[in-house]
Design a protein around this ligand. Structure first.
Ligand code: CU
Length: 173
C-alpha cells in the first residue's frame, strides 16, 4: 500500500481478520491505529451466514441495541463510504450476543485537513439553472445596407427632377 496519503483509502475493518467474533479482536484498537477521512471507505468482510453490520447511534453502540439501526448491511462484503469529516460512525453486529462479545467498532473521522482538499466533494447544493438565456446566434436582423437602392432612388428622383425642370423650362419658354 504505497498510495499517496492524499488519496482516498479503503480500510478493511479488522484487517485480514475481518468482521468476526473469532480471535477476540479489539476493533477500537484497530480503529485507533488508523486515521479516517471523508472520502475513505470502510469495508466489512465477513461470512454473512453468521454476521451482519448495523450502523447505530452512539447510545445504541454503547448498549449493543440492535433494534433501531440507522443502516443495515448484510452482503458479507460491505463497502461503506465515509461521507463527512469530523464525524463519529458506530457499527455493531446485529446477531444476538456478538456486539456484547466485542464485535463493534467506533470510527472517529478526522477533522478536515487544512491543506489537502478532497477531490470528491459534496454534490453542489442546487445546480443553479442557467437563468440567463443562452445567447442566440445573432440572426441577421439588420437589413442589408440600402446604399444601392437609395442611390438608385436618388438618381431616379434626380432624373425625375431634371425632367420636371426641363419640362418646366420648355413650357415656360
Ligand atoms: Cu456477528
Amino acid at each position: 500500500m504505497a498510495a499517496a496519503s492524499s488519496m482516498a483509502a479503503t480500510y478493511d475493518v479488522g484487517d485480514t481478520a475481518g468482521w468476526t467474533t473469532i480471535g477476540d479482536i479489539n476493533y477500537d484498537e484497530w480503529a485507533s491505529s488508523k486515521t479516517f477521512h471523508a472520502g475513505d471507505t470502510l469495508r466489512f468482510v465477513y461470512n454473512r451466514d453468521y454476521h451482519n453490520v448495523l450502523q447505530v447511534t452512539s447510545s445504541n453502540y454503547e448498549s449493543c441495541t440492535t433494534t433501531a439501526p440507522l443502516a443495515t448491511y448484510w452482503t458479507g462484503n460491505d463497502a461503506i463510504p465515509i461521507m463527512r469529516d469530523d464525524d463519529h460512525l458506530y457499527f455493531i453486529c446485529g446477531i444476538p450476543g456478538h456486539c456484547e462479545m466485542g464485535q463493534k467498532v467506533e470510527i472517529q473521522v478526522a477533522a478536515q485537513a487544512p491543506a489537502i482538499s478532497p477531490p470528491l466533494a459534496t454534490p453542489p447544493p442546487t445546480s443553479t439553472p442557467s437563468a440567463t438565456p443562452p445567447p442566440t446566434s445573432t440572426p441577421s436582423a439588420t437589413p442589408p445596407p440600402p446604399s444601392k437602392s437609395s442611390a438608385s432612388f436618388l438618381s431616379c428622383s434626380l432624373l425625375v427632377g431634371l425632367v420636371g425642370a426641363a419640362t418646366y423650362l420648355i413650357f415656360m419658354h
